[in-house]
Design a protein around this ligand. Structure first.
Ligand code: ADE
Length: 398
């Protein structure tokens, strides 16, 4: 990946030579170039700013040095087919807010150019002009104002480059950490010694029971997220304001009840009793709850709807680009109310960045389900393998 930084304070980027980014640059994974914007000025004072048209406080960065910087750093022709365009990142408090999803998106680019503004900002025509020659993202580090965009560019760089294949030693630790796949904050972690200054490592972590450990960690992650970042737990609400929330391990019993109700119906509609979901035990539900991103809806305290999604591994064992959707379940008395459609929409929306298609299975004779999926843009795929009595539907992510 090539990284260019344009700033009037190039010294800010000295830390890029340290630690992991430094090593990645030395190994050829990163090609890092830092530029002083004043290189592209031509007056004695190397001026980069002027007063704003229309009046107001502060100074605005003039367009000419930026235009020359882009002439030097961006190709002047559109990229040939199959080759990606560079992405210019303007770091600004009025941009879209940076998050893990955006980090993943930027990590897929070949060439990022960070344009770091100072003062009251950069003349808008610079952004408009960059858009003619590159993909442009205006990105804010958060809802606060820094003195300039340099620190934001460094933070974005660190979040992005650690996602590049070959940058970090342990790919699994990338998946498990806060804000990754699950959308939850990370659970608390412990190491030796087992007792320290009167504080003990929770016994479950030393039990060796991996299913129990996974359930405990999930519960801790949900609890932490509910306390510190409740906004992460309720990204969707139904029309009447009912939230769609992440399932907790304690929902397993009610999920089993809902699943039995729904799958008896499926079994009758498809005239087959050997649908695996119909025969699952409470332990089976507990197990898949730990493995799938599962969401539920409660009405008057009753669990009335659920859906789950999971990223399929790619052929190389890494994350694939397919989001497997399943177990869309609606209590019998609420079927036909639009809840199933809302759950289907929700589970597509929460698919992680990098997912490019959705896949789901339904009974070959479940006509109503198939109609709902088709209305939602899914296509029946008779060319793809499906379990006996089922059909596959897929949809490309927009
Ligand atoms: N420049 C000044 N404040 C900023 C912020 N919050 N994010 C990105 N760039 C900035």
């Amino acid at each position: 990946m090539r990284l260019d930084y344009v700033s009037i304070f190039p010294d800010f980027f000295a830390p890029l030579a340290l630690s992991l980014p430094g090593k990645a640059a030395a190994s050829g994974l990163l090609d890092v170039r830092v530029h002083d914007l004043r290189t592209w000025t031509h007056d004695r004072h190397r001026t980069v700013d002027d007063s704003p048209y229309g009046g107001g406080a502060g100074m605005v960065m003039r367009p000419e040095p930026w235009g020359e910087a882009f002439d030097a750093l961006l190709p002047d022709r559109p990229a040939p087919p199959g080759e990606s365009r560079p992405t210019v990142v303007f770091t600004t408090p009025s941009g879209e807010r940076f998050d893990q999803r955006l980090a993943e998106e930027l990590a897929s680019r070949d060439h990022l150019v960070f344009a770091c503004g100072r003062y009251e900002g950069i003349d808008q025509r610079v952004v408009d002009h960059a858009r003619e020659r590159a993909e442009v993202r205006e990105i804010s580090l958060g809802d606060y104002v820094l003195n300039g965009g340099e620190v934001a560019a460094l933070a974005i760089t660190e979040a992005v480059v650690r996602l590049l294949p070959g940058f970090m030693g342990n790919a699994a630790s990338l998946v498990e950490e806060s804000h990754a796949e699950s959308g939850l904050l990370e659970y608390p972690v412990y190491t030796k010694p087992p007792q320290w200054r009167g504080h003990e490592v929770p016994a479950v972590l030393r039990s060796g029971d991996h299913a129990k450990i996974a359930a405990w960690r999930h519960e801790q992650a949900v609890r932490r997220t509910a306390e510190r970042r409740p906004d992460l737990l309720t990204p969707s609400v139904l029309d009447d304001g009912t939230p769609i929330v992440r399932a907790a391990p304690g929902d397993a019993g009610e999920l089993l009840t809902l699943q039995r109700a729904c799958w008896v119906q499926e079994a009758l509609a498809n005239d087959m009793l050997d649908i695996p979901a119909l025969h699952e035990s409470l332990d089976d539900v507990r197990t898949w709850l730990g493995e799938w991103d599962t969401w539920v809806v409660r009405r008057a305290g009753r669990l009335v709807g659920a859906v789950r999604g999971r990223r399929e591994p790619g052929t190389d064992g890494e994350d694939g680009d397919l989001w497997d959707i399943g177990r869309i379940m609606v209590a019998p008395d609420l079927q036909g109310s639009g809840l199933g459609r809302a759950l289907l929409e929700h589970i597509q929306a929460v698919a992680p960045a990098g997912v490019t298609s959705y896949v789901l299975f339904t009974g070959a004779a479940s006509v109503r389900n198939q109609q709902m999926y088709k209305k939602a843009g899914f296509r029946l795929r008779r060319d793809l393998p499906a379990p006996p009595g089922a059909v596959v539907l897929t949809k490309r992510r927009r």
